[in-house]
Design a protein around this ligand. Structure first.
Ligand code: CP
Length: 355
């Protein structure tokens, strides 16, 4: 795994903190000491960046999900736009392909009236050999308020956070994290099931290369869900049990009685010339989600996939398009969740929004 720097850094202080530190409590991250939260519901995120789910407290996750609920209401209005981020500039700096994340960030920014700037390898000087730091410094010279970054290197957003004044949002870094995907997944689950705590969530597929898996695992464990992970031995990295997951090498026991089944894409492009299994047909026969296998889960199970999907490899079309599928709902919810993240990182509060 490519790592630009260590990823579990202490959170940097918000520029506009509304809470004075009163006492200290041991953090979930070893060696990190954080201010104890004030009494009452949380109204702001502690860090001014969103670099990952790891290290977020349960009440911060709840704050994002509650804020997203208010944002979702905006989409139902005749005029689906609010002036909340007027005069703010957001740079979308996507150095890897994206359909859902990039377009939903763009829609979210437009609904909040932000000015947006889009950078991709084909439209920037990165292909001419410019370093990530030089590119970021040049973007910063144009004084954006936030930079949304997707990059193939794990830790790239953390690197920018150390060198930039702008708030940094991780839109997927290498094999590491994809925090807004996990937040929109959690929002979708909570809307459908009414809670996260106590649910059994089976996550199946290419566990090795999946930043979606890592962010979901951190989030679901933080919120009190049971997480079962399943994939072929060649795609199961070491150390997942230590993060609190049950690991299964057979699909059937992983699905048994599950409330939620989340399928992951086989990321052949990250397998670097080797193949983790003989053929796609064989993979599907052992790990593919079919209607018959869905029957092992709870009757009211929901089926999720972050996309893009490999139909006939990890999931059968009858399941992807079937009644239990919430795959397109995830995409819809992504806009509200990203609006919530942008709003909160810009210093907005849920109370202000609700009033
Ligand atoms: N889920 C997800 O990250 O999709 P994209 O790669 O299309 O953004």
């Amino acid at each position: 795994m490519e790592v630009v720097e260590e990823t579990a850094r202490p959170a940097r202080g918000r520029r506009k903190s509304s809470t004075a530190p009163r006492a200290v409590a041991a953090s979930a991250l070893a060696g990190v000491v954080r201010p104890e939260p004030p009494p009452g519901p949380r109204t702001a995120l502690r860090d001014r960046h969103l670099l990952g789910i790891r290290g977020l407290e349960p009440d911060e996750i709840t704050l994002v999900l509650d804020t997203a609920r208010v944002m979702a209401e905006i989409a139902t209005r005749p005029v689906r736009k609010v002036p909340t981020l007027r005069a703010k500039t957001v740079v979308n700096f996507f150095m890897e392909p994206s359909t859902r994340t990039r377009s939903s960030f763009e829609i979210a920014e437009k609904r909040l009236s932000a000015d947006t700037l889009n950078f991709s390898p084909s439209s920037s000087s990165v292909t001419k050999g410019e370093s990530l730091l030089d590119t970021a410094r040049n973007l910063e010279a144009m004084s954006p308020d936030m930079i949304v970054i997707r990059h193939k290197a794990s830790g790239a957003p953390h690197f920018l956070a150390r060198h930039c004044r702008s708030a940094i949002i991780n839109a997927g870094d290498g094999w590491h994290e994809h925090p807004t995907q996990a937040l929109l997944d959690a929002y979708t689950i909570r809307e459908r099931k009414g809670r996260l705590s106590g649910l059994t969530v089976a996550i199946v597929g290419d566990l090795m290369h999946s930043r979606v898996l890592r962010s979901n695992l951190f989030l679901l464990k933080t919120m009190g869900a049971t997480v079962r992970l399943c994939g072929p031995p060649t795609l199961v990295p070491a150390g997942l049990e230590a993060l609190g997951a049950e690991v299964h090498l057979r699909l059937e026991p992983a699905l048994e009685g599950a409330d939620v089944v989340m399928m992951l894409r086989v990321q052949r492009e990250r397998q670097k010339g080797t193949s983790a299994f003989p053929t796609a047909r064989e993979y599907f026969s052992i790990f593919g989600l079919t209607r018959e296998r869905v029957r092992l889960a709870k009757k009211d199970v929901i089926i999720m996939h972050p996309g893009p999907m490999n139909r006939g490899v990890e999931i059968d079309s009858a399941v992807a398009d079937g009644p239990a599928s919430v795959i397109l709902e995830q995409v819809t919810n992504g806009v509200a969740v990203r609006m919530a993240v942008l709003y909160l990182l810009a210093g907005g509060s849920l109370g202000e929004l609700a009033s």
